[in-house]
Design a protein around this ligand. Structure first.
Ligand SMILES: Cc1ncc(COP(=O)(O)O)c(C=O)c1O
Length: 429
């Protein structure tokens, strides 16, 4: 067999499409048909009535979520983006407030803050886990800080103990974006459920999905009620519940019955999916350590479990003697879907660089409520920037239904690249 690199016209090591990840089974199909047959595609009412909390499947997924994650309240929404917005809103955060957030996250974590007219303040990350660094959080606390937003990135928990201590010391709310790490543990606790409010995603890319969907969880009765008000026309409903909040703007962020039915059955599969990811990742990590000194496999902090939403690695260009972009392209051509440059840190997005999030006034960065100089220059979070430069990751291959033989092919592809290094480096790409 020719050993010519696929990038240079040879035959790829892998000829398989890893995008095929269909965990939808007979249970989901049957439940969806049941909803369609009944004709009640949503059973919500935007008033203070029994319908305020939705229909059969919405209630079923919420109950099941509480049991699975050992949390008191679960409030389903139509996306994690909606749930993140609702979390900030339910926490009473608004104009003039600062929320500390990591810059290695999907933009929705930070835009949830902006959408509530508050200011995201980016704290740096711990390079190894890519999650928010408690020391950097502490340095960024000001009299305007109202909350810390942690993100459990790529399947690995943020370092919660020091975060919760800081929050207690400075009387801050802790919000969590757990879109990427459902089922991961920090010590003996489910991540997303340690925070005052945590948010999960059920979008179609996630470990379990219902197309589009999100769940906010909390152990606090009052926060749960406020989350439900934001989800479902709160301003219209609040009086009917004998309450007189003046600051609740509600929306229609409701999950439909079909999504809830699918999500309910998907949740029952989360444990199995995570176990498959952990077994494949464990195998691949061992092989990478044994064979290569220029790839650092995912770090797992003591007392944490990793659920490998992404299989993230650091690539040492100097040790490999190959530029990271060239290596990534060569791997991709061999059939290993490997990525680099995911567009982080998010403060490089135009909305932060131009300081303009609504209209042309510079709101909320420039406002009478926020009389501070704010900017998001390069160098703001050096570890986050270095992480972006050094990262390579696999999104679709280290998961069910792949097997350890597929992991072996990753090793074969790397070895093929090393064997053809000189040719690769002298090629005009
Ligand atoms: C970390 C993180 N936060 C938020 C979201 C937004 O989730 P959704 O698409 O459910 O709104 C995502 C989705 O990719 C995510 O990865």
């Amino acid at each position: 067999m020719s050993n010519k690199l696929a990038l240079l016209g040879g035959k790829p090591i892998i000829d398989k499409n890893f995008d095929d990840y269909n965990t939808i089974g007979e249970e989901e199909k049957k439940a969806v048909m049941e909803v369609l047959d009944a004709g009640k595609l949503s059973d919500f009412l935007g008033s203070a009535s029994d319908g305020f909390n939705g229909g059969k499947w919405v209630r079923a997924i919420e109950k099941s979520w509480c049991e699975y994650f050992d949390v008191k309240h679960a409030v389903s929404m139509n996306s994690a983006t909606s749930a993140l917005f609702a979390a900030v809103s339910a926490a009473g955060i608004g104009p003039g407030d600062e929320v500390i957030v990591p810059p290695l996250t999907m933009c929705a974590t930070a835009t949830a803050i902006l959408a509530n007219n508050a200011i995201p303040i980016f704290a740096d990350v711990d390079y190894k886990t890519m999650n928010i660094d408690p020391e950097s959080v502490e340095k960024n606390i000001t009299p305007r800080t109202k909350a810390i937003f942690v993100v459990h990135l790529a399947g690995h928990p943020a370092d919660m103990d020091p975060i919760m201590e800081l929050a207690k010391k400075h009387n801050l709310i802790v919000l969590g974006d757990n879109a990427q790490s459902p089922g991961a543990f920090y010590k003996d606790k489910n991540v997303g459920c340690i925070e005052d409010i945590g948010v999960f995603s059920l979008n179609c890319h996630k470990t379990i999905q219902c197309g589009e969907g999100g769940i906010a969880v909390t152990n606090d009765d009052e926060l749960a009620f406020r989350l439900r008000l934001v989800r479902n026309h709160g301003e219209n409903c609040v009086k009917g519940f004998g309450r007189a909040e003046l600051n609740i703007l509600g929306f229609n962020l409701r999950m439909t019955e079909m999504e809830a039915a699918v999500g309910y059955h998907q949740l029952q599969k989360l444990g199995h999916q995570n176990k498959c990811r952990q077994e494949l990742a464990g195998y691949l990590t061992q092989k990478l350590i044994e064979n290569f000194d220029f790839i650092e496999p995912p770090h797992v902090q003591e007392n944490c479990t990793h659920v490998y939403y992404l299989y993230h690695m650091y690539f040492n260009e100097e040790k490999a003697g190959i530029p990271i972009e060239v290596f990534s392209k060569a791997m991709d051509a061999e059939g290993v879907p490997l990525f680099t440059r995911w567009g982080f840190p998010i403060y490089r997005l135009p909305i932060f660089q131009n300081l303009s999030a609504a209209g042309n006034s510079g709101w909320p960065f420039k406002s009478p409520f926020y009389n501070q100089d704010i900017s998001y220059p390069d160098g703001l979070c050096p570890m986050a920037e270095k992480s972006e430069t050094d990262s390579i990751f696999i999104e679709t291959m280290v998961r069910w239904p792949q097997t350890t033989s597929d992991m072996d092919l990753i090793i074969t592809a790397i070895n093929k690249i090393l064997e053809n290094k000189q040719e690769l480096l002298s090629a005009e790409l």
